[in-house]
Design a protein around this ligand. Structure first.
Ligand code: G4P
Ligand code: NA
Ligand code: NA
Length: 189
């Protein structure tokens, strides 16, 4: 997606050879015009598939998620992150380990918002090791629903998440793929 590549080149800040800061349009300030195009692009990439709901994770997945759900005219659900939890029967819970933050969060979705047999499109802002995406997929599967696909705004292709998700059989579409963040410079795949 050319518009997104330009945004990454013009406004992205390479913090290290692992981390790209995009807080001017995705992770803090959000660019609604860009997010609208992101939603249209995911609609195009997953065209022809039956999609009943979009699922993302708070907080930065919500903007691309809601714009995609708007294009598809289906509801958006965002998984909530919690430190630890007393067991409850009305929610799905999965553990997600963040390599970036070196901590485990529990992510939760209310059982009433995913029904068995539904097809759910997963959307997220970043793909690194794939932990968040796999956690969301496990929640969909716990519900007896099916993952229609996984749409990622920015994939760091030098980390293994994209490969692992594809090996697991998921249809993954990333709007931009970054091959490297070496020497303070973004190189696209
Ligand atoms: P993974 O899910 O693919 O395994 O990734 P990881 O645990 O490493 O990601 C932890 C958090 O860091 C996630 O946000 C993820 O979106 C974000 N992240 C990972 N790599 C980058 C990067 O290079 N740049 C930026 N800007 N973010 C990155 P989160 O903690 O869930 O935060 P948020 O959704 O509230 O923003
Ligand atoms: Na994030
Ligand atoms: Na995220």
């Amino acid at each position: 997606m050319q518009l997104l590549k330009e945004k990454v080149l013009n406004e992205g800040i390479v913090l290290s050879n692992q981390v790209l800061k995009v807080d001017s349009f995705l992770n803090h300030q959000m660019d609604p015009v860009l997010m609208k195009e992101v939603g249209k692009e995911f609609k195009r990439l997953f065209a022809g598939q039956k999609i009943d709901r979009v699922l993302t994770i708070e907080s930065s997945g919500i903007a691309p998620g809601i714009m995609t759900a708007l294009e598809l005219e289906v509801p958006l659900i965002f998984a909530r992150k919690q430190k630890s939890l007393t067991l409850r029967e009305d929610i799905y819970v999965e553990k997600v380990f963040s390599f970036t933050k070196q901590e485990t969060n529990e992510i939760t979705v209310s059982r009433k918002f995913i029904q068995p047999g539904e097809r759910v499109l997963i959307i997220d802002d970043f793909l690194a090791n794939g932990e968040a995406a796999f956690g969301l997929a496990r929640i969909v599967e716990q519900a007896g629903a099916e993952v229609a696909g996984i749409g990622i705004v920015i994939e760091k292709a030098f980390q293994p998440g994209g490969r692992l998700l594809k090996e697991a059989g998921y249809h993954v579409e990333s709007l931009v793929r970054i091959a490297a963040l070496d020497n303070g410079k973004v190189t696209f795949a």
